[in-house]
Write a protein that binds this ligand. Structure first.
Ligand SMILES: N[C@H](CCC[C@H](N)C(=O)O)C(=O)O
Length: 273
């Protein structure tokens, strides 16, 4: 007898920031907070930093929803956007509707995928913060900068990002009351005016090897602080990303990898959905 149909997915990563991708084009969306949390469990599920669910586009080629491994929603995910674009793109570019708005991805001649993450959000109420402050110099220890990229970021500039104890410092900043929806937390140090070292503690996912929207937020904050040019390379724990803050938005470029496809068993989905 044939086994009952399960749920197909594929596993991808961008610079070590890893994703489960579910393609729900033409079918009903399946992800619930409980399913995302169960699937994100690296022992009992598949494991991922973010889950990306593809839906059919209405006025764009596709729509994308993002979830963190703790079951919470992520408004933006630069690396997953690049990975999914790589997966579904048939021409040179792709339009994607996300919670943030419409994003455009492009394939470069070297095979890497770039996405325009849109303009940065620099006003306190857009990021969002709990009240009006100088977003470039937050009234927190270490004077980090707040930048929104469709999700909130708190960027600390430090002497040596390598030396930062992420599990000790990340959770406190993630849950600081200044960020009513919590925040992603980046630690960056300057290597050269076009080169940064960055490490990240992500909201809802903890330490990840790379964060595309975090790289964008860090590049924007570094430029506004007068440290860097508009186009920078960022060394993350899992690889390099390029960010170019242009007139039409913040472009993120980097590698993508398709690791495997799989099929969740129907029984597991039923027990965990
Ligand atoms: N890794 C993702 C960002 C996930 C952000 C998520 N942790 C949130 O709650 O906003 C990226 O490449 O942009």
């Amino acid at each position: 007898m044939d086994a009952p149909p399960g749920l197909a997915f594929c596993k991808m990563h961008g610079a070590g920031n890893d994703f489960v991708v579910i393609d729900s084009r033409g079918t009903a969306p399946v992800t619930t907070p409980a399913l995302a949390r169960a699937l994100g469990d690296r022992n009992r599920g598949v494991g991922f930093d973010q889950l990306a669910e593809i839906r059919s586009g209405v006025d764009t080629d596709i729509e994308l929803d993002f979830w963190n491994s703790d079951g919470s929603r992520a408004g933006a995910c630069g690396n997953a956007t690049r990975c999914v674009a790589d997966l579904v793109m048939t021409g040179p570019s792709l339009t994607i509707r996300t919670a943030r708005g419409i994003l455009r991805a492009q394939r470069l001649e070297d095979g890497r995928v770039s996405v325009n993450m849109g303009p940065p959000q620099l006003d306190w109420d857009q990021i969002p913060l709990s009240h009006s402050v100088d977003t470039l110099n937050l009234p927190l220890q270490g004077t980090p900068s707040a930048v929104g990229m469709g999700n909130p970021h708190c960027v600390f500039f430090v002497e040596d990002a390598e030396a930062v104890d992420l599990p000790a410092l990340g959770p406190g900043a993630e849950t600081d009351p200044l960020y009513p929806q919590k925040t992603n937390v980046e630690f960056a140090s300057l290597i050269a005016p076009d080169h940064l070292r960055m490490r990240v503690w992500e909201r809802g996912a903890g330490i990840t090897l790379a964060c595309g929207s975090g790289a964008c937020a860090t590049a924007v904050a570094a430029h506004l602080r007068g440290l860097t040019t508009r186009k920078v390379t960022l060394d993350l724990d899992g690889g390099q990303l390029q960010v170019d803050w242009r007139e039409d938005g913040v472009w993120l470029t980097g590698p993508t990898a398709h690791v495997f496809t799989g099929q969740l068993s129907a029984a597991w989905v039923a027990a965990n959905g």
